[in-house]
Write a protein that binds this ligand. Structure first.
Ligand SMILES: Nc1nc2c(ncn2[C@@H]2O[C@H](COP(=O)(O)OP(=O)(O)OP(=O)(O)O)[C@@H](O)[C@H]2O)c(=O)[nH]1
Ligand SMILES: [Mg+2]
Ligand SMILES: [Zn+2]
Length: 302
């Protein structure tokens, strides 16, 4: 009997798979899949797989169906990029108004990472209860101008949560963002049954403990799924070609064909459409500086 299912989580050759009929089963990898090329052979959360079962034997993953998208984590210099989840449809980049403070360069980084994965992206600004609405509007105007959807919310007061439920409903999404901005709090507020662990206010300073070790798909009671990923401890694009970075900034992506040189890195080349746009104010200077900073990182990593 052959069936298709969605991998919920797994490692070490044993996977939890949700079949199309809605049953969760354990499945093992077929030997020949283990031997394939590492990247293709890897089975990750979100993969759609074909299962087969021989009489009384375990379910077996026969084949991984082609992926629509891949969520790739790039770690520091010299480390291989790793596929964390497959077939994610959108990413919510979550930041906060305060505690930790809103940081445009960090937002730019997260957005670029999402763009590099070619995922749809929404910017969620949490903890609006700690700031003034005008202030949130002012800080996020640049992102709205580029065309990003910006959604202010408060996990504490519940403001804006219905909008987020609507965004998540019926799709597979992932939440990314700095530690402490309230990603887990947000999910708990959206669906109290989840009871995800939230960092206590009194906890040690510094990085949050990694309670999640491998990606796992979580069902939301109101419909939809999110990938719970181990936190991104560093946010960068290491390993990407410097030439490809402009594609991760939508406003540069739209301009780069107008540069004189096809290999333009938009730094100081003559007749660069991006540089002109920055000078005219059509491209935000802060965003451009974020681009330059990441570009430098990519070049140093090469
Ligand atoms: N005032 C306020 N505090 C919030 C809000 N959402 C979360 N917090 C607090 O922010 C702190 C961090 O929340 P978490 O949900 O653990 O943050 P996280 O993004 O999941 O952090 P990591 O798991 O470390 O990546 C907790 O003390 C929350 O109570 C909010 O909307 N308003
Ligand atoms: Mg968390
Ligand atoms: Zn250029």
């Amino acid at each position: 009997m052959k069936r298709v299912g969605q991998v919920l989580t797994g490692a070490g050759g044993v996977y939890r798979v949700r079949t199309e009929e809605g049953d969760d089963v354990e499945a093992v990898l077929r030997g020949r899949l283990k031997k394939g090329k590492a990247r293709e052979a890897l089975v990750v959360a979100g993969d759609r797989v074909r299962l087969s079962r021989v009489a009384d034997g375990p379910d077996t993953v026969e084949e991984v169906l082609p992926r629509e998208t891949e969520l790739v984590r790039r770690a520091g210099v010299g480390r291989h990029p790793k596929v964390v989840a497959a077939n994610v449809e959108q990413a919510l980049v979550v930041v906060s108004v305060k505690d930790p403070p809103f940081s445009s360069p960090l937002v730019d980084r997260f957005l670029a990472v999402v763009e590099s994965n070619r995922l749809e992206c929404v910017l969620v600004v949490n903890k609006t209860d700690l700031g003034e609405p005008e202030d949130v509007d002012a800080r996020t105007a640049v992102y709205r101008d580029i065309g990003y959807r910006v959604r202010p919310v408060s996990a504490r007061t519940g403001a804006g949560l219905d909008v987020i439920r609507e965004l998540l409903n019926g799709r597979l999404s992932v939440l990314v963002g700095p530690s402490g901005v309230g990603k887990s709090s947000l999910l708990n507020a959206l669906d109290p049954d989840l009871e995800l662990r939230v960092r206590e206010v009194s906890s040690r300073k510094g990085r949050g403990r990694h309670t999640t070790v491998r990606a796992r798909i979580v069902d939301l009671a109101f419909g939809g799924q999110v990938v719970d990923t181990p936190g991104f401890s560093s946010v960068g694009l290491w390993g990407m070609e410097p030439q490809a970075l402009d594609s991760c900034f939508p406003e540069l992506r739209d301009l780069k064909d107008d540069c004189k040189f096809r290999s333009c890195l938009h730094r100081s080349e003559p007749a660069c459409a991006v540089l002109s746009a920055v000078e005219e104010g059509a491209v935000d200077r802060g965003r451009y500086e974020s681009y330059l900073r990441i570009l430098q990182e990519l070049e140093e990593a090469e």
